[in-house]
Design a protein. Structure first.
Length: 114
C-alpha cells in the first residue's frame, strides 16, 4: 500500500510550503486523484487520520479528495472517451491506437492556510 507513503509525501511538501510562507496552521488540503492512478481514496483518508495525529501542524487539518475522470484519446478518429468504460479500444472506431489523456494524476490541488 503506497498510500501511506503518499500521505507522508503530502505532509513533507506542505510543511516545506508552511516554512517558506511563514504559516502556522493548515485548515485543509485538497488532493486530486486520477481514477486510474492506482491510489485508493479510502486508504488515503484512513492513513491521513493516522499520520496527522503524529504531526505538529496537521492534527486538525481536513483532507479532501477529488477524483479526476480517466479519459482516453483515439489517434485514429480523434475522439475522446471514458477510459473505465471502454479501456484501450475506442468505442467509435474500434482502434487500439489510443492513449490516456487524464486520469493518472496525483496532485496537491489546494492548501487552505490559516
Amino acid at each position: 500500500m503506497h498510500e501511506l507513503g503518499t500521505i507522508y509525501y503530502v505532509i513533507d511538501t506542505v510543511e516545506k510550503l508552511m516554512v517558506e510562507n511563514q504559516l502556522t496552521k493548515v485548515a485543509s488540503i485538497t488532493l486530486e486523484i486520477g481514477e486510474v492512478s492506482g491510489i485508493v481514496p479510502q486508504y488515503l483518508t484512513d492513513f491521513w487520520l493516522y499520520a496527522r495525529a503524529k504531526t505538529e501542524h496537521f492534527q486538525e487539518t481536513e483532507l479532501k479528495v477529488e477524483t479526476l475522470k480517466a479519459v482516453t484519446y483515439c489517434q485514429d478518429c480523434g475522439k475522446t472517451y471514458p477510459t473505465l468504460q471502454y479501456a484501450k479500444i475506442c468505442p467509435y472506431c474500434q482502434s487500439g491506437n489510443t492513449f490516456l489523456v487524464t486520469g493518472n494524476e496525483y496532485n496537491i490541488k489546494e492548501i487552505e492556510a490559516m
